[in-house]
Design a protein. Structure first.
Length: 365
C-alpha cells in the first residue's frame, strides 16, 4: 500500500515505508520525463540518493533540435536525505503522489527550467522486483509509476520553451530498494552465468482519456520473471491485466525496436492491442544510467558536475543499449480505438531466445 511518505527519499528497504533495513546497494530515486505532443522536444531528470555510500547525484537531459544535452551533478549526501538538491538540479514535492516540481539553475551552461508535474491518474505500485543470482540479491526494489502533464518553462542558450499541460505530457517514477550502484563489486559470484543477461521493457503511455502501463523482465529463455500491465481511465478505477505480452521488430544492426506490439488480456476475457512506433531515441546515460563517468552512486570526492552534448543522428545505437524511444501509439480492441503518446524504455543485454540473441552484444540482422 502506497502512502504520501513514499514520495519522499526516506526508505530503508525495498518495502513501502513500513520496514527498515540496510544494504550497501540501497538507493532511493526520482525519475521524470516529458515530451511535446507535436514536436520532437523531450526532457528527463533523474535523482538518486545512496545512504550507505553517502552520495547523492542527479542528471537533467534535454533534446532540442536533434541534439541531446546532459547536465550531470554529484555531491556528498552528508546523511541529509531530505535536501533534494544536487548542484544545479532540485526536486520538490508539492503534493505527495500528485504534484512535484523540478528546478534547473545552471548559468554556467546557459540552462534553466522551472517545471511542475501533475498526475493525470493515481500513481500505480508495480510488482516488487526481486532477482537473485545464487544466494546474492542483485535486485530487490519497489517502484511507483505515474503519468501526468507538465507546466512551466525551459530556457537554453537564449531559446525559451513554454511548457503547457495541453501539449506536454510525460511520466514519473519513484523507486527504492537494492540494485547495483556505485563502484562495481569485486567479489566474484560462483553462480554468475557465463554471459551477463538482462531484458527490460517499460512502456508508460498517455491516452487522451486514460493512461496505461506495461513492463517486462525476461530471462535468457524468454520466461518473464516480472511483468504486469494496467489500464487506468482518467475517470475510473485502474484495471490490472490477467496476462500481458509483447513482440518487437528490431532495427537492423541494433537491439532497439523498430516497432512494438503489446497485448493486454483482461480478466473478463477481452483483449486490447497496443502498437508503438518510435519517433526518436533518448539515451539514458544522459541522467547517469550506464554513464562511464557519472554512473549512479559514483563518488567524485565532493561537488562535481559534467555537461555534454551529442547529435542524435551521430550516436552509435549498438553501443548505447539503454534508451527510451519516444513513440506514437495506437490501441485497438476491448478498450476501444484511440491514439496516444508514450515511451518504450529498452535495455536488452545478453542472450534472449525469442529475439534470436545468443551472445552478449550480437545485433539484429
Amino acid at each position: 500500500m502506497l502512502s504520501k511518505a513514499d514520495d519522499f527519499p526516506i526508505h530503508q528497504n525495498p518495502e513501502p515505508i513500513a520496514y527498515a533495513g540496510v544494504s550497501r546497494n540501497f538507493y532511493d530515486r526520482y525519475f521524470f520525463n516529458g515530451y511535446h505532443l507535436e514536436e520532437d522536444l523531450f526532457f528527463a531528470l533523474g535523482m538518486g540518493i545512496y545512504p550507505q555510500l553517502d552520495v547523492m547525484d542527479a542528471g537533467f537531459s534535454l533534446i532540442i533540435e536533434g541534439v541531446q544535452h546532459n547536465l550531470l551533478c554529484s555531491r556528498v549526501l552528508n546523511h541529509e536525505r531530505m535536501d533534494t538538491q544536487v548542484g544545479d538540479i532540485a526536486v520538490e514535492v508539492i503534493k505527495p503522489l500528485e504534484c512535484l516540481r523540478i528546478v534547473i539553475d545552471s548559468p554556467t551552461n546557459d540552462l534553466s527550467a522551472d517545471l511542475m508535474f501533475t498526475g493525470r491518474a493515481p500513481a500505480q505500485e508495480e510488482p516488487r522486483f526481486t532477482r537473485r543470482i545464487g544466494t546474492q540479491t542483485v535486485m530487490d526494489y519497489t517502484r511507483l509509476t505515474q503519468n501526468g502533464n507538465w507546466q512551466g518553462w525551459i530556457e537554453f542558450r537564449g531559446r525559451k520553451v513554454t511548457v503547457t499541460p495541453e501539449l506536454w505530457l510525460g511520466t514519473r517514477d519513484r523507486s527504492w530498494g537494492i540494485r547495483p550502484v556505485g563502484a562495481a563489486d569485486t567479489q566474484p559470484n560462483p553462480h554468475a552465468p557465463p554471459i551477463n543477461q538482462f531484458y527490460w521493457l517499460w512502456a508508460p503511455i498517455n491516452w487522451p482519456d486514460a493512461v496505461s502501463l506495461y513492463h517486462l523482465n525476461d530471462d535468457a529463455e524468454g520466461k518473464p520473471w516480472n511483468t504486469a500491465g494496467v489500464f487506468v481511465p482518467l475517470t475510473g478505477d485502474a484495471e490490472s491485466m490477467r496476462e500481458v505480452s509483447s513482440q518487437l521488430a528490431f532495427i537492423s544492426g541494433t537491439r532497439h525496436a523498430q516497432s512494438a506490439r503489446i497485448t493486454l488480456q483482461r480478466f473478463a476475457g477481452g483483449v486490447a492491442e497496443i502498437t508503438m512506433r518510435p519517433r526518436f531515441h533518448w539515451y539514458m546515460k544522459g541522467v547517469g544510467y550506464g554513464h562511464p563517468e557519472y554512473g549512479h552512486g559514483r563518488y567524485h570526492g565532493g561537488p562535481a558536475q559534467l555537461f555534454e552534448e551529442y547529435a542524435l543522428a551521430e550516436v552509435d545505437d549498438a553501443m548505447n543499449l539503454h534508451i527510451q524511444a519516444i513513440c506514437d501509439v495506437s490501441m485497438e480492441g476491448d478498450f476501444g480505438t484511440r491514439q496516444g503518446k508514450g515511451v518504450l524504455e529498452q535495455l536488452i543485454l545478453g542472450p534472449h531466445a525469442p529475439s534470436g540473441f545468443t551472445k552478449l552484444m550480437d545485433m539484429a540482422p
